[in-house]
Ligand binder design. Structure first.
Ligand SMILES: *Cc1c(COP(=O)(O)O)cnc(C)c1O
Length: 386
């Protein structure tokens, strides 16, 4: 399906709402029935009907149809945030006694789910270096029911070979989930590689304006229906109509924003690589990236996020660099209009800072929608003052 069609036309029944270009926000908790029979069918199959907005809602459905189509999936659910999507997807695919194989250093709250919550229900997790398929083969146990991927990772951009892992998992009857937040389905389509569930946060690129949260889970209808009727309804973590409307609005400009961000990111990467105070830059579409070939093979683009390792003798120099930036805001998240920076050393106590540890000198940049030269000038003046 054409991306332009998905974004501008798919699922929009404009004749049903005065031919308005922008869809209405159906801010209603419940829906009315004319007959007892209709109400009875709704109770019997909430997945197929409007009954109550913890389940389905017409504004949310427009977004669902678009996002499922972008993923090339049969259906999707949209959650109030990405962490909720991961929670529902994982919970739906494990029971007491099961085992998960998960890539090293997944998103913080994925890790907390596996480390803090699941063990209470007798579900264990093995973390592996996902860059080699043999590591998956070795980690799979007779009770493994789930493989959790994140490719690329959002700090070191490590990739997994999605096709190979999907094949391995299918042969073993194991469900696969990927956190596809870095790429979005515009730049990587995991369902086409055979991955069962594609999760992404919509808070980042889909929303695109740092004004709402959202999370997406796409897959086969049978799986999505099962999750809808259980975890989605029970946890009650579906997105609200107004936030869904913001995400529909964000989607309109997604490809255009990614084009712009890609062009600017390439300029910023080139600038950083040439800078004497930069030890190295980690970016999947950089020729020196260890998995460059795989990145080019399974991703059609990379943009926005990169990590660089700054040459610094003290933590103070790194702190000063970050604080001297005027246009890169120091904040979490990414995917919005505004460029951002997070120093890895903000997660450690100054006393344990060790300059010989590359990780302590990591800075993650997100390149937003500002002019590339405007951003480079900002980096330049901050390096100058170091
Ligand atoms: C932000 C993020 C999430 C969580 O999404 P929320 O919408 O913040 O809950 C998950 N994975 C990755 C890689 C993220 O960057």
């Amino acid at each position: 399906m054409d991306i332009s069609y998905i974004i501008n036309e798919l699922a929009e029944d404009r004749e049903n709402y005065f031919n308005a270009v922008s869809p209405p926000i159906i801010q209603s908790s419940n829906f009315v029935f004319k007959t007892v029979g209709e109400m009875r069918s709704a109770f019997a199959d909430e997945y197929s009907t409007y009954l109550y907005s913890r389940g389905r809602n017409p504004t949310v459905d427009i977004l669902r149809k678009k996002l499922a189509a972008l993923d090339g999936a049969e259906d999707c659910l949209v959650f109030n945030n990405g962490a909720a999507a991961t929670f529902a997807a994982v919970l739906a695919n494990v029971k007491s006694g099961d085992h998960i194989v998960c890539v090293d250093k997944p998103y913080t709250w994925t890790q907390k789910l596996c480390n803090d919550i699941l063990p209470r229900f007798n579900v264990s997790t093995t973390y592996i270096d996902g860059t080699a398929i043999e590591n998956f083969e070795r980690a799979i146990l007779p009770n493994t029911t789930l493989i959790y991927l994140e490719s690329p990772n959002s700090w070191d951009y490590k990739l997994q070979d999605l096709k190979a892992i999907a094949e391995l998992a299918k042969a073993e009857g194991i469900v696969t989930i990927i956190d596809n937040s870095y790429c979005t389905p515009i730049y990587q389509r995991p369902i086409e590689y055979g991955i069962d569930l594609a999760m992404q946060t919509a808070t980042k690129y889909i929303g695109g304006h740092s004004d709402t949260l959202g999370g997406v889970l796409s897959g086969k209808k049978e799986m999505i229906e099962r999750i809808f009727n259980s975890e989605y309804m029970n946890i009650g973590s579906g997105i609200q109509p107004f936030n869904a409307w913001l995400l529909i609005r964000g989607l309109r400009t997604l490809p255009a924003r990614l084009d712009r961000i890609t062009a600017s990111t390439n300029k910023v990467v080139a600038y950083l690589k040439a800078h004497p105070k930069v030890e190295s830059v980690i970016f999947p579409f950089d020729e020196n990236f260890p998995q460059y070939e795989l990145a080019k093979q399974q991703m059609s683009g990379a943009c926005g996020l990169m990590t660089f390792i700054i040459k610094a003798d003290t933590i103070n120099q790194i702190e000063k660099f970050c604080e001297d930036l005027k246009h890169f805001f120091m904040a979490v998240s990414w995917g919005g209009h505004e460029s951002l920076i997070i120093p890895k050393c903000s997660g450690i106590q100054p006393a344990v800072f060790d300059t010989s540890n590359r990780e302590h000198r990591m800075l993650r940049l997100y390149v937003g929608l500002e002019d590339a030269d405007y951003l480079i000038k900002d980096l330049d003046q901050a390096f100058e003052k170091m």
